[in-house]
Design a protein around this ligand. Structure first.
Ligand code: FCB
Length: 440
C-alpha cells in the first residue's frame, strides 16, 4: 500500500465495521425473531436460501474477533446491537442475556484499547413489530426510541459514539419500494411512509439519548453518486430524481429541514399527513455524520410510473457485487457533503470495502484486489481532506466475511476469511497489509 497512518492527520480514527445480524448468529442467546429471519425463510429472497441463524458465531467467538481488531492495528470497532435480541417482542421486557452480552462486548473493546462505535439499528426489526407494519406504522419512531433508551441506558456510558440508523435509504427505499431487502415490499405508499418514519425514528432516538445525557450522536447514511449515462435531457432528469431519492432525501432533511422537490413530486401524495411539521425535529443538530460509500450509479431514463429510473451498465472494473470500482466518487462525495450540506461537521467514512470471491489456498488468502481497493479509497479520502473536508475517520467494511443480506454468505467483504462450516477465521493478505500500513 502507498498510504500509511502517518499520511493522515494526528488522531484520525481507523476502524473496522460489522453488524449484529450479519455476524452474531440470531438463533443464539434468546434473540426474538426479526424480519430478516422470515424474509430469509421465504423462497427466492436470499441466494442459496441462507440466513443469519448462525452467521459467524460471533455471539460465542467475540473475544477472538476483538483480538483480531486490536491486532490489526485499528483504533476503533463499529458494531451494532440487535433490537430483536435486546427486546425479543420489540417492546416491553428486555432480554437480560442480551444486555449482559453487549455489556461484555463493550468492556471487551475497552480492555483491548478499542473505541466502541455503536449503531442502534442495522436492520434487525423484531417480527412482532413487522406484524404491525414495521416502519410504515406511525408508532415505529416511538418503539425505536424505547429500544434506544434501553440499550444506550446500559452501554451508552462507555461507547465513543452512537449512530441512530444505518443507511435509512436501504431501510426504506430498497426494502419497501425495490423489494430487495426485508420486508420485501414494492409499494410507493409503504416506501414513502418508511422514508419519513425512519427519519422520525432518528429524531426520537436523538432526543431520548440527549435526555440520558449522552453525546457524540450521529447517523450513518449511504451515498451512491448518481451520474447520467448520457447527456440527453431525459437521462439528466432521471439522474436528478435518483440523486434526490438516494442521496439528498435524508441529508437534506437532517441538515436543512426540507425534502428535495424532485423526490416530493412522486412521494408527496403518499407521505403521512402533517409530515411538514416533523421536519423541525428531524433537523435537530447531530454531532457527526457517517458516510457509507461503495460505488457510483450510472443512471438513465426508465419505463413505467414515477420515478422512471433505470441503471445503465458501467464500464469500469467491478467487484464481486458487480459494483464499479470508482474511488474518485468518494473524494467528490465528501467535498459535496461539506460544501452543500454540513459545512465543517465531523465526517466519518463508516463503511467502504469490496466483495471478492476469496479462497483459502495453502492456509492463506491472497486478495491483492482488495489491497488495491483500500489503497485507492484511502487516497481518495486524503484528497478530500486536502480540499478541506472535515474527515475524522475511516472504517473498513467488513472485519469478517459475513451474511451479506440477500446475497447470503457467497459475497465476501471481510479482511478476515470465515469458513462457514468450521467458523475458522483466517486473516487475508489485506488484513496484514493494512495492519502494517497502520504501524502495527
Ligand atoms: C451496506 C450495509 C452493510 C453491508 C455493505 C456491503 O449497505 O450497511 O451491512 O451489507 O453494504
Amino acid at each position: 500500500m502507498r498510504i500509511f497512518r502517518s499520511s493522515f492527520p494526528e488522531g484520525f480514527v481507523f476502524g473496522a465495521a460489522t453488524a449484529a445480524y450479519q455476524i452474531e448468529g440470531a438463533s443464539f442467546g434468546g434473540a426474538g425473531s426479526c424480519h430478516w429471519d422470515t424474509f430469509a425463510a421465504t423462497p427466492g429472497n436470499v441466494l442459496r436460501a441462507e440466513d443469519g441463524a448462525r452467521a459467524c458465531d460471533h455471539y460465542h467467538r467475540w473475544p477472538e474477533d476483538l483480538d483480531l481488531v486490536r491486532d490489526g492495528g485499528f483504533d476503533a470497532y463499529r458494531f451494532s446491537t440487535s433490537w430483536a435480541r435486546v427486546m425479543p417482542e420489540g417492546r416491553g421486557a428486555p432480554n437480560q442475556e442480551a444486555l449482559d452480552f453487549y455489556d461484555r462486548l463493550v468492556d471487551g473493546m475497552l480492555e483491548r484499547g478499542l473505541k466502541p462505535y455503536h449503531t442502534l439499528y442495522h436492520w434487525d426489526l423484531p417480527s412482532a413489530l413487522a406484524d404491525l407494519g414495521g416502519w410504515t406504522n406511525a408508532d415505529s419512531p416511538k418503539w425505536f426510541g424505547d429500544y434506544a433508551e434501553v440499550i444506550s441506558g446500559r452501554i451508552g456510558d462507555r461507547v465513543a459514539s452512537t449512530a441512530t440508523i444505518n443507511e435509512p435509504w436501504c431501510v426504506a427505499w430498497l426494502s419497501h419500494f425495490l423489494g430487495h431487502h426485508a420486508p420485501g415490499l414494492r409499494d410507493i405508499r409503504a416506501a414513502a411512509r418508511a422514508m419519513h418514519h425512519i427519519l422520525l425514528a432518528h429524531a426520537e432516538a436523538m432526543e431520548r439519548l440527549r435526555g440520558l445525557g449522552l453525546g457524540n450522536l450521529g447517523i450513518v447514511l449511504n451515498f451512491t453518486p448518481a451520474e447520467p449515462a448520457s447527456d440527453t435531457p431525459a437521462d439528466l432528469a432521471a439522474t436528478a430524481r435518483q440523486d434526490a431519492i438516494a442521496n439528498r432525501w435524508f441529508i437534506e432533511a437532517i441538515a436543512k429541514g426540507s425534502y428535495p422537490e424532485e423526490a416530493l413530486e412522486g412521494m408527496a401524495p403518499h407521505l403521512p399527513e402533517g409530515w411538514q411539521d416533523d421536519l423541525g425535529r428531524i433537523s435537530a443538530p447531530i454531532d457527526w455524520l457517517g458516510v457509507n460509500y461503495y460505488t457510483r450509479g450510472l443512471i438513465q431514463q426508465g419505463e413505467g410510473p414515477w420515478p422512471q429510473i433505470s441503471d445503465a451498465e458501467g464500464r469500469r472494473a467491478k467487484t464481486q457485487m458487480g459494483w464499479e470500482i470508482y474511488p474518485e466518487g468518494l473524494s467528490g462525495l465528501l467535498q459535496r457533503l461539506s460544501r452543500e450540506f454540513v459545512g465543517d461537521l465531523p465526517l466519518y467514512v463508516t463503511e467502504n470495502g469490496m466483495a471478492w470471491n476469496d479462497r483459502i489456498e495453502n492456509g492463506a488468502c491472497f486478495d491483492p484486489e482488495r489491497i488495491d481497493y483500500i489503497d485507492r479509497h484511502l487516497s481518495a479520502a486524503l484528497a478530500a481532506l486536502d480540499c478541506g473536508a472535515n474527515l475524522k475517520g475511516f472504517f473498513y467494511w467488513s472485519l469478517l466475511d459475513n451474511f451479506e443480506w440477500a446475497f447470503g454468505y457467497e459475497r465476501r467483504f471481510g479482511l478476515i476469511h470465515v469458513d462457514f462450516d468450521t467458523f475458522a477465521r483466517t486473516p487475508k493478505a489485506s488484513y496484514h497489509e493494512l495492519r502494517s500500513a497502520l504501524g502495527k
